[in-house]
Design a binder for this molecule. Structure first.
Ligand SMILES: Cc1cc2nc3c(=O)[nH]c(=O)nc-3n(C[C@H](O)[C@H](O)[C@H](O)COP(=O)(O)O)c2cc1C
Length: 225
């Protein structure tokens, strides 16, 4: 049996990803160096003992391959992770509408997360998994919603890179969140592609925004080819 075919309990792998991406994710190049050094003795490795994670005793190549992927910041899957920050539910509805549109158009690997109720460590480990990220945020006192801001700061701290990002912004009187998120990504994160087709909404997603929503979904799908 090839290591890739091993049917691991998904929780184990999630634990491993969470440990690596949240604690040593920042040090991808160091992990690469270590893997290079160990390349001659891979077959002699008996145990992998992460400082805070589970100890791996079998199918070690499966995990070593995962460590290699994570430490090179290569997405594990082609898919879209939608993270939204919403106070009254309108931005959440727009995120759901986008998710439905993507699924209708054939991309069913879509995951949605509420940034206010999901621990940031889970968001980070999921970000290491998916190739595409949609950030949907309300404007909050002329800034980014605080929980979305925390997520962005953690992405920077953990060196998240090589992802394509789309933005949904919402503001009732002075919409700023989209520009601020885009500026942060461009200035603070590496090798990120921000799609130009931003969906901008004032309070609620109105019917006349349908074509914009559709264009955003198409742009995401196009960038996944
Ligand atoms: C504390 C607070 C601060 C806000 N600050 C702004 C702001 O600076 N500019 C703006 O256009 N809207 C602001 N809004 C309105 C939100 O952006 C509004 O909640 C949003 O457009 C509706 O989306 P939601 O249903 O997803 O919360 C604020 C709302 C709250 C509750």
């Amino acid at each position: 049996m090839f290591a890739d075919e091993v049917n691991f309990d998904r929780d184990w792998l999630d634990d491993a990803r969470r440990y690596l991406t949240n604690i040593v994710g920042k040090y991808g190049p160091h992990i690469q160096l270590l893997l290079k050094k160990a390349s001659g003795i891979m077959d002699k490795i008996k145990l992998i003992c992460p400082l805070h994670g589970p100890v791996w005793r079998k199918d070690l190549m499966y995990f070593i391959k995962k460590y290699d992927t994570w430490s090179r910041y290569i997405p594990e899957e082609k898919g879209v992770m939608i993270v939204y920050a919403s106070m009254y539910g309108n931005t959440e509805s727009a995120a759901q509408a986008l998710s439905a549109r993507l699924c209708e158009k054939g991309q069913t690997n879509v995951a949605m997360y509420d940034v206010s109720t999901t621990h940031v460590s889970q968001l980070i480990s999921e970000t290491f998994r998916y190739s595409h990220l949609v950030l949907a945020s309300v404007t909050y006192n002329l800034g980014i919603h605080p929980a979305m801001n925390d997520f962005l700061m953690d992405m920077k701290a953990l060196n998240v890179q090589n992802r394509t990002v789309a933005i949904i912004e919402n503001g009732s009187w002075a919409c700023k969140s989209g520009d601020l998120i885009e500026e942060f990504i461009r200035k603070e994160l590496k090798n990120m592609t921000v799609l130009g087709e931003r969906l901008s909404m004032a309070s609620t997603l109105k019917e006349e925004k349908e074509p914009e929503l559709d264009r955003l979904a198409d742009a995401i799908l196009e960038s996944m080819k």
